[in-house]
Design a protein around this ligand. Structure first.
Ligand SMILES: C[S@@+](CC[C@H](N)C(=O)[O-])C[C@H]1O[C@@H](n2cnc3c(N)ncnc32)[C@H](O)[C@@H]1O
Length: 310
């Protein structure tokens, strides 16, 4: 999965947006970046220098929308050279630094939108009293094997001797997410971590009978990850409880994207557009609604805000 995702994001073909496989919030409207800029500005007020670090910036739209509203020292950690090139093109008039590793001593905010869901996961299945890991052969057949380190360490977290999974239930374990939250905590000297993504807290996460692994190809949801290898997106919901377990980060807020954007003032912006009433404003309004509608991004997406040494 690691290799397939690396290949997927390294392609010159546009993966995100109308011509790609899926939309992200920044594709819908610049308001998303504008409201994040407002949030960062509030947080930055007591600090002399407040650096923003974005993980996995895709086409760079969010960085663009944020920096249009407020200048911050801005770093992007992006693994895909193709995505980096797009970001550099879009952000050529802004002062952005691209990094390969999270530096130590950041005072500011490390944030991501749809980064954790793009990390590769392990898949486990309950068979009798034990959990097995699902492996894939070279010709894409699934085989089940005993858990190998470091996955067994997670067995306890799934409920000790009796995991709270039904017979045959599958679940994803995102070890990469655990590594990333550790790195984020180590990188941050003082400030905030924000993760925006679709996902659940632990109980809801383990209540999904078939797990949450899903593929996207040209805006269609596809269940089979063994077709169009490297050409369709593979994604899994985020278990936010795992991120909250990082001991040196304090959870300040966990809420839906809808409630978070309302708290940041999206309804006022929507009202201004409705009052303007011209066709451009009305089109923006329609797209913006998707950011907060429960059946669209509003409730599937969650926002986790954590802090360190505030
Ligand atoms: C689903 S896209 C999200 C893009 C963007 N944040 C947005 O909201 O449109 C995931 C992004 O994370 C990047 N990415 C995935 N794994 C990564 C890793 N291990 N290190 C750095 N970037 C990564 C991908 O190349 C891509 O830019």
């Amino acid at each position: 999965m690691e290799e397939v995702l690396r290949f997927y994001y390294s392609s010159a073909r546009n993966r995100i947006g109308a011509a790609g496989d899926f939309y992200t919030a920044a594709d819908l409207d610049p308001i998303f970046g504008q409201l994040l800029a407002k949030q960062f500005e509030q947080w930055a007020a007591p600090f002399g220098r407040f650096t923003i670090v974005e993980l996995g910036a895709g086409k760079g739209l969010l960085a663009h929308d944020i920096l249009r509203h407020r200048h911050f020292p801005y770093m992007i950690l992006e693994r895909s050279p193709a995505m980096r090139r797009r970001q550099q093109e879009l952000l050529k008039d802004h002062d952005v630094t691209w990094i390969d590793e999270l530096p130590r001593g950041i005072t500011g905010c490390i944030f991501s939108n749809e980064f954790f869901d793009a990390l590769p996961v392990h898949r486990l299945v309950r068979r009798g009293d034990v959990l097995k890991e699902i492996y894939v052969t070279e010709d894409f057949h699934e085989i089940e094997r005993d858990l190998q380190p470091p996955v067994p360490a997670l067995y306890d977290r799934l409920g000790g001797d009796t995991p709270p999974l039904h017979e045959g239930q599958t679940v994803e374990v995102n070890l990469e997410a655990r590594h990333w939250i550790r790195r984020i905590a180590e990188s941050l000297h003082r400030g905030y971590h924000v993760a925006i993504d679709y996902g659940y807290l632990r109980d809801e996460f383990y209540a999904q009978p078939h797990g949450s692994l899903m593929c996207y190809w040209r805006h269609q949801a596809v269940e089979n990850p063994y077709i169009r290898i490297g050409e369709q997106d593979i994604t899994a919901h985020v278990n936010f409880s795992d991120l909250m377990e990082e001991p040196s980060l304090q959870t300040m807020l966990f809420t839906t994207q809808k409630d978070y954007l309302i708290q940041l003032g999206i309804l006022d912006e929507m009202e201004k557009l409705a009052t303007a009433g011209d066709s451009v404003s009305m089109q923006r309004l329609l797209r913006m609604k998707n950011l907060i509608l429960p059946g669209s991004m509003g409730e599937r997406f969650k926002v986790l805000v954590q802090s360190k040494q505030l």
